[in-house]
Design a protein around this ligand. Structure first.
Ligand SMILES: [Zn+2]
Length: 305
């Protein structure tokens, strides 16, 4: 049995890899830029994997976190925002480039897997992982395994419309620019870090990013406080929908917006306004592995424990 695992996170501009030993300890971690095209991506992966094989002295297992997913039916990548991956037989091409079987999984799923196995969700059986960065997506895990779903999008509810819409939200007339969505009042347009900043800036005629708005809030800026109150209520509504379907023991947040502390205090107080239960046992938790969760989860796609 292989002792070492490699996890690769295939990002839009950088490819990052991690080498874990059999206990899940990090032995090495590297990150390379690549040209935004298919061939350059595969060559960069090859370089990373060769380096890790040499460090470990064995042919390691390799798991990949990718944008979108590798279709179980066709073997082609679907839904990737790194557009050059779409409709390519990425799994087969990686296997021939690396000379071994590889496993591919959506990057939000890798996050949820990492946090379930030895992260913030370790003590819980059912986890809903949410990534709030430039995008907004989710993933489900149960007993330390990802529930991928019939359409391979289980838990990925970020492009559904916001639930329990308010008049203010309807008046924004926000519509999603993504080709696969395009829907009015798509949640991502309000909830991603970029979306949150856009909504704030449009309302206040400003030009801040989400981190700057968080800093304003800490200094007591009433506009920032108002917008975070609205954001927390939107998140509570979105979480309530998932609780109504999956009812997880823990919800773990990742991505840039997960660093905003007030979310963990305020959102749990709002959720029962929208659930069919007047008590909330679900824990709302910050991730443990931070930026490492993507690569760690990819490595754990080969979980021999
Ligand atoms: Zn959308």
């Amino acid at each position: 049995m292989k002792k070492f695992k490699i996890g690769i996170d295939y990002g839009g501009t950088k490819i990052e890899g991690i080498l874990l030993n059999e206990n899940g300890d990090q032995i090495e971690r590297k990150r390379y830029s690549y040209e935004k095209n298919y061939v350059s991506g595969i060559e960069t992966v090859q370089k990373l994997v060769n380096e890790f094989d040499q460090i470990s002295g064995e042919i390691c297992t390799v798991g990949f976190g990718i944008p979108g997913f590798s279709s179980k039916d066709t073997g082609l990548v679907t839904n990737a925002n790194s557009l050059w991956l779409n409709d390519k037989p990425f799994k087969a091409d990686l296997e021939s480039a690396l000379n071994r079987e590889v496993r591919l999984m959506n990057d939000a799923n890798c996050f949820a897997l990492s946090e379930s196995i030895d992260g913030a969700g370790e003590k819980f059986k059912s986890i809903f992982g949410i990534i709030i960065g430039t995008g907004f997506g989710g993933a489900l895990s149960y007993k330390k395994e990802i529930i991928e779903g019939a359409n391979q999008i289980a838990g990925d509810w970020g492009h559904q419309p916001l639930p329990y819409l308010t008049d203010e939200e309807i008046k924004t007339e926000i519509r999603c620019p993504s080709m696969n969505c395009g829907r009015a009042l798509c949640a991502e347009q309000f909830m991603s870090g970029v979306g949150f900043a856009n909504v704030f800036n449009k309302k206040n005629n400003t030009n801040f990013d989400s981190q700057e708005i968080a800093n304003l809030d800490k200094k007591g800026d009433p506009r920032a406080n108002t917008e975070f109150n609205l954001y927390e209520d939107r998140m509570a509504r979105l979480m309530a929908v998932m609780i109504g379907v999956f009812d997880p023991e823990a919800i773990v947040l990742g991505g840039g917006m997960s660093n905003i502390d007030r979310l963990y205090k305020n959102i749990p107080l709002l959720i029962t306004k929208y659930t069919f239960s007047n008590q909330l046992k679900t824990k709302i938790l910050k991730n443990l592995h931070g930026d490492s969760s993507g690569v760690r989860g990819a490595a754990w796609l080969w979980n021999n424990k």
